[in-house]
Design a protein around this ligand. Structure first.
Ligand code: NAP
Length: 331
C-alpha cells in the first residue's frame, strides 16, 4: 500500500509542514481472503542462537576437562557426502569441539567398518559417532547402525534411540533434521501444541521420527499429526486441513501449490530439489517442495529454501554431541 501523509503544525510565529510520502507497509491482519505475505522463518538466526547456547555448555564441559568429540566416518567418494562430512567437521571445530573425520575407500569391507565402530565406541575422546549414509551396496546399513553404541548415536538411527523417541524418553537422541524443525517451530513462535500438523513424507530420517516427536504428550509437541506419502489419496484435501504443513518429499520444486494450503498455514519446507539454472556456476539451483512465491501470499509463516531447515540440521547434530558428552560425564 502507498500513502501520502501531510502533517501541518500552526504556531504563532512558525509553521511546520511535514510530508511523508509513499509510506509503505504490509497488512497482516484483515479478511482471510486478502492476500498477505508470510513472515519468513529463517534457519540461520535460530541456528546462531543455538550455537551461542552450545558454546556456553562446551565451556562448562571444558572446565571439567571434557572436550566434546565427534567422529564422522565416510566410506566411498560420493561428492555430496564428502561435502556434508566436511561441513560437519568444520562445524565441530568452529565450536571448539574435537573432530575426527575418517575416510575409507569404496571397497572397504563391512567387517572392517564394524571393527572401526567398535574402536570408536571404546574411545573416551569420542562422544558422538556418525556414519555418513548412503553406504556402498556391499555394506548392510542396518548392521552398521546397530553397532554404534546408542549413547554415542548422535544421528539417532539406532533402534534404541528410535524407540525412545516413540515413548517420549528424553534420555536418547533425536535425529538432527526433525529436531531442528521442532526448534524452528517453537523458537519462531509457532508451537505445535493443539495444531493439526500434516507431514508429507514418511522416511526414517525425517517424516517418521518427526511425527513421533510432535505427537508426544509434551509442551514442545502436543500436535495432532497426519502423515502422508506417495500412496496417500486426495493429498490436497489433507494438506488443506493443516495448521502446520511440513513437506519432506523431494518430489519436485513447487509440488505443493497455493491451492493445496489453507490461509494462515505455517509451512516448513524440508525438500531439496535441483532446478536447472544456467546462471548458476553449478548449472542448477536448489528449491524446496513448496511453490514459495505463491504459498507465501497465503501463509502466516514459511521457511525459504535454501536458508530454512538446512542451517538447522548441522547445529542440532552438534547439540546431540554436546548432550552425549554431558551424559558421559554424569555416568
Ligand atoms: P526419502 O527417504 O526419499 O522420502 C521421501 C518421502 O516422500 C517418502 O515417504 C515418499 O513416499 C514421499 N513422497 C515422495 N513423492 C511423493 C509424492 N509425490 N506424494 C506424496 N509423498 C511423496 O527422502 P528424505 O530423506 O526423507 O528427504 C526428503 C527431502 O528432504 C529430500 O528432498 C531431501 O533432500 C530433503 N532433506 C533435507 C534436509 C535438510 O537438512 N535440509 C535433511 C534431510 C532431507 P513413499 O514412502 O511412499 O515412497
Amino acid at each position: 500500500m502507498s500513502y501520502r501523509l501531510d502533517i501541518t503544525f500552526h504556531g504563532p510565529h512558525q509553521q511546520f509542514r511535514y510530508r511523508i510520502e509513499h509510506l509503505l507497509f504490509s497488512v497482516r491482519i484483515g479478511s482471510r481472503d486478502d492476500p498477505m505475505t508470510a513472515s519468513l522463518i529463517e534457519g540461520k538466526p535460530i541456528a546462531d542462537e543455538i550455537r551461542k547456547e552450545l558454546r556456553e555448555r562446551i565451556a562448562r564441559l571444558k572446565e571439567k576437562g571434557v572436550v566434546p568429540g565427534l567422529a564422522v566416518v565416510l566410506v566411498g567418494e560420493d561428492a555430496a557426502s564428502q561435502t556434508y562430512v566436511r561441513m560437519k567437521g568444520k562445524a565441530s571445530e568452529e565450536l571448539g569441539m574435537y573432530s575426527q573425520t575418517i575416510l575409507k575407500p569404496i571397497n572397504f569391507p563391512e567387517e572392517e567398518l564394524l571393527r572401526l565402530i567398535d574402536g570408536l565406541n571404546a574411545d573416551p575422546t569420542v562422544h558422538g559417532i556418525l556414519v555418513q549414509l548412503p553406504l556402498p551396496p556391499h555394506i548392510d546399513e542396518r548392521k552398521v547402525l546397530v553397532r554404534i553404541d546408542p549413547r554415542k548415536d548422535v544421528d539417532a538411527f539406532h533402534p534404541i534411540n528410535v524407540g525412545k523417541i516413540l515413548i517420549g524418553d528424553h534420555s536418547g537422541f533425536m535425529p538432527a533434521t526433525p529436531y531442528g524443525i521442532q526448534e524452528m517451530l517453537i523458537r519462531s513462535g509457532n508451537p505445535p501444541t493443539g495444531k493439526h500438523v500434516v507431514i508429507l513424507g514418511r522416511s526414517n530420517i525425517v517424516g517418521k521420527p518427526l511425527a513421533a516427536m510432535l505427537m508426544q504428550k509434551d509442551e514442545r509437541a502436543n500436535a495432532t499429526v497426519t502423515i502422508c506419502h506417495s500412496k496417500t489419496r486426495n493429498l490436497a484435501d489433507i494438506t488443506r486441513t493443516a495448521d502446520i504443513l511440513i513437506s519432506a518429499m523431494g518430489a519436485g520444486a513447487a509440488f505443493v501449490t497455493a491451492d493445496m494450503v489453507k490461509p494462515g498455514v505455517v509451512v516448513i519446507d524440508v525438500g531439496s530439489n535441483r532446478v536447472p539454472d544456467k546462471s548458476s556456476p553449478r548449472g542448477y539451483r536448489l528449491a524446496g517442495d513448496v511453490d514459495f512465491e505463491a504459498v507465501k501470499l497465503k501463509a502466516l509463516a514459511i521457511t525459504p529454501v535454501p536458508g530454512g531447515v538446512g542451517p538447522m540440521t548441522i547445529v542440532m547434530l552438534m547439540r546431540n554431541t554436546v548432550k552425549a558428552a554431558e551424559m558421559m560425564l554424569e555416568q
